[in-house]
Design a protein around this ligand. Structure first.
Ligand code: SF4
Ligand code: SF4
Length: 214
């Protein structure tokens, strides 16, 4: 077994173990948004950033393998500020009202999205898409984590009916040629709905119970 230092403790790690997996195994809660064990990792959201001695910047714990002799810190004032800022920007631009994981972490970090001023409306004005009999796509609630894209593609299903298009606040999940889902390669497996952390993808039955479009 190889060893490294995690928050001041000498710990052993397995070959191929990420810093996120290692921290979790040793009881350190590192927040994540984009990471899901079924879809792997792309290190997109950056809220799992941790400090590694000798590295100029924090590194994404989900996308960094444990290495012999590393000195890793999962908590510091700088990491707290970084995570708080990411959550605030996310909550300012996106409807996170049905994302309990994000709301919970944001509360722990005492976030105050309003301190950044007026909310950009690009995402918040998106109208829910109902183009199939199974689930709604409400991209005002989408945090661009790509979990659905990867679940549909090489993560689970292998049909690539979804992709991420555009940049920054204009970025959005879409289909090939912006076709409706029934016209796309979608096989309605539901995997994308299962991994969505914000309820942007929601079964129509649940939407109906909430009084939304059904
Ligand atoms: S339901 Fe359709 S879009 Fe969603 S993962 Fe399955 S095939 Fe892809
Ligand atoms: S629809 Fe859900 S799973 Fe897909 S990118 Fe948006 S938040 Fe992530």
């Amino acid at each position: 077994m190889s060893r490294l230092e995690l928050n001041g403790r000498k710990v052993e790690f397995h070959p191929g173990e990420t810093l996120l997996q290692l921290a979790s195994r040793h009881g350190y809660a590192v927040p994540t948004i984009c990471y899901h064990e079924a879809t792997g990792t792309r290190g997109l959201c950056r809220v799992c950033a941790v400090e590694v001695a000798g590295q100029a910047r924090p590194v994404p714990a989900c996308a960094t393998l444990a290495q012999e002799g590393m000195e890793v810190r999962t908590e510091s004032d700088e990491l707290h500020t970084l995570r708080r800022t990411i959550y605030e920007w996310t909550m300012l631009a996106t409807d996170t009202s049905e994302a309990p994981g994000i709301e919970r972490e944001a509360a722990l970090l005492s976030t105050d999205p309003a301190r950044w001023g007026r909310a950009p409306q690009d995402r918040l004005r998106r109208v829910p898409i109902r183009d199939n009999p199974f689930f709604l796509r409400d991209y005002a609630k989408c945090v661009q984590c790509r979990r659905c894209v990867d679940a549909c593609g090489d993560g689970i299903q292998g049909v690539w009916a979804l992709s991420l298009a555009g940049r920054s606040l204009q970025s959005c999940i879409t289909t090939p040629l912006e076709l409706s889902l029934p016209e796309s390669p979608c096989v309605f497996c539901g995997n994308c709905v299962q991994v969505c952390p914000t309820n942007a993808l929601k079964p129509l039955a649940e939407a109906a119970l909430q009084g939304g479009p059904a």
